[in-house]
Design a protein around this ligand. Structure first.
Ligand SMILES: [Zn+2]
Ligand SMILES: [Zn+2]
Length: 199
């Protein structure tokens, strides 16, 4: 059974086919994810009280966008940073990918998985990983569990995608050129520093 994907305003819609194939679900407290939520002006609904972003990692081939592709856009916080995809219509984060399409994963941000009202838990299970807890805005007491299993799933999925060529099936990259479907806007140093200066 698939899980619906939807931006806040409903322009971008699709689904995650085979959510049971997800590599893991974690909350990332890193400063980049916090800066990104501020960039979008969506910190209040993207970040939890400790500054964490709830993310589901999955092979991009399972992400199917059925409408609103024109609204899909991406930025990067630095020249080598992740590509951070979002819906430009309402600035809902969609997911983060590596710059290299051969690394077949996308970290789907919870906001696009909640828009249609189906609970994330039902499709992807509970949060098991707590990443970069040192940069949380307050102490994180929950521990990660099942790290080894998640790491194995992650490595297995990416190696399989690379060897089998399934990494080419991604809504975020052009299959023949390997280029992102939208040229990323890389934030300038000044833009980036402005975000970091936020409380
Ligand atoms: Zn939207
Ligand atoms: Zn992060």
């Amino acid at each position: 059974m698939s899980h619906p994907l939807r931006c806040r305003c409903g322009t971008v819609q699709g689904r995650v086919a085979e959510p049971q194939r997800a590599m893991g679900r974690g909350v990332c407290y890193c400063r980049d994810c916090q800066a990104y939520a501020h960039f979008l002006g969506r910190a209040a609904d993207v970040l939890d009280v400790q500054g964490g972003t709830d993310v589901v990692a999955i092979h991009p081939q399972h992400v199917v966008l059925t409408q609103g592709l024109d609204a899909l856009t991406c930025i990067s916080l630095s020249p080598r940073g992740l590509l951070r995809w979002y819906a430009s219509c309402c600035r809902t984060p969609i997911g983060n990918t590596a710059r290299n399409p051969k690394l077949a994963y996308v970290g789907l941000v919870h906001t696009c998985l909640e828009g249609a009202g189906v609970p994330i838990e039902r499709s992807f299970g509970p949060v098991t990983l707590r990443l970069n807890a040192a940069s949380a805005t307050s102490a994180v007491n929950e521990r990660s569990h099942g790290v080894f299993g998640s790491a194995l799933r992650f490595i297995g999925t990416m190696l399989g995608a690379r060897i089998g060529g399934s990494y080419k099936r991604s809504p975020f990259f052009d299959a023949s050129s390997g280029m992102p479907v939208v040229a990323p806007h890389v934030l300038t140093k000044a833009e980036r520093e402005q975000l970091s200066a936020r409380p």
